[in-house]
Design a protein around this ligand. Structure first.
Ligand SMILES: Cc1cc2nc3c(=O)[nH]c(=O)nc-3n(C[C@H](O)[C@H](O)[C@H](O)COP(=O)(O)OP(=O)(O)OC[C@H]3O[C@@H](n4cnc5c(N)ncnc54)[C@H](O)[C@@H]3O)c2cc1C
Ligand code: FES
Length: 272
């Protein structure tokens, strides 16, 4: 798929939850081909001297506009959060592979932890368009950091909510909601789609293994080039056919999250 490297301007950039912002820009070339799970690599300068790009998943596509929902975690996202309509961005994308929706799929369970829900919104919209029943589970540290609930309701989804401190929804981890949801599935075999913190992705994969259910995870390893060159983003992926070496370690290869990913089968990742 063709990648574009475009100069664009910010249309809006507003706070939507504690430490989280939603940014819109006009990117017709990216909008027309973006697939669920794909990301853009964004360069913003603002005289900061910050030369590296930062990767963000495409949150929504509306006509020629795309949006990204991001959490402020460090220098780059902090600068980005202070940028305004009219400021310029350089956007490279769309990048990476995408989630796979099998023709036969009739039940999807989509689970987002923290800013991870940002990587799942295009997927949820695609599942809705295909009229596939979709259970959405959203987890956050607390109510102030809960994301995307109104956006989900707008497309007809009533998500189950979990917060670590119990300020709204289930008091506990979102993986506890997953356990209950999967235990209730008697007739259908859902596919689980997920994105969030590393530890949560590992736990979701283990739960899906326990229920023998397929699971697609979007990895968010730190990135350098996002073009498959620097090898800064690799993760360990089990070799096809499995197997172990002479000392009993699983056979694996390193795969690049930016090009072979960001979406992998959870069961194929070797979680450290
Ligand atoms: C494919 C992909 C898609 C992504 N999509 C989104 C998205 O839609 N919304 C969103 O909020 N974030 C997303 N991220 C994460 C986002 O890119 C990082 O949070 C951002 O680059 C941090 O930049 P910074 O300069 O603010 O932080 P830095 O100053 O670089 O780092 C600050 C702190 O955050 C940690 N950190 C930085 N990057 C990551 C990372 N990728 N994973 C875990 N910890 C990290 C650092 O270790 C450090 O502790 C995505 C990452 C990838 C690889
Ligand atoms: S970020 Fe450079 S190879 Fe993936």
């Amino acid at each position: 798929m063709k990648k574009h490297n475009l100069k664009t301007t910010i249309l809006s950039n507003r706070q939507v939850a504690e430490d989280h912002y939603l940014l819109y820009c006009d990117c017709p070339e990216v909008a027309i081909s973006a697939q669920p799970g794909q990301f853009i690599h964004v360069l913003f300068d603002q005289g900061s001297g910050l030369l590296l790009r930062r990767p963000f998943t495409i949150y929504s596509v509306e006509g020629t506009q795309i949006s990204m929902l991001y959490q402020v975690v460090g220098e780059g996202t902090s600068i980005l959060s202070r940028m305004c309509a009219g400021d310029s961005l350089q956007v490279l994308g769309p990048l990476g592979n995408s989630f796979t929706i099998d023709e036969s799929l009739d039940l999807a369970v989509v689970l987002g932890g923290g800013a991870g829900i940002a990587s799942l919104m295009l997927l949820i919209s695609a599942l809705q368009k295909r009229k596939i029943r979709t259970d959405v589970l959203v987890g956050a540290m607390n109510q102030a950091r809960l994301l995307s609930i109104a956006d989900l309701q707008k497309i007809g989804i009533q998500p189950q909510i979990a917060t670590d401190n119990g300020s709204t929804g289930h008091h506990g981890f979102v993986t506890e909601l997953l356990l209950t949801t999967l235990a209730q599935q008697k007739a259908q075999l859902p596919t689980v789609f997920t994105c969030g913190p590393y530890g949560m992705l590992k736990a979701v994969t283990e739960i899906c293994q326990q229920f023998n259910m397929p699971c697609q995870v979007a990895m968010e390893n730190r990135m350098g080039c996002a073009l498959g060159v620097c090898l800064g983003c690799v993760c360990k992926v089990r070799l096809e056919g499995g197997g172990q070496d002479q000392s009993g370690d699983l056979l694996f290869e390193y795969q690049r999250v930016c090009t072979e990913g960001p979406v992998f089968l959870g069961q194929q990742i070797i979680w450290d």
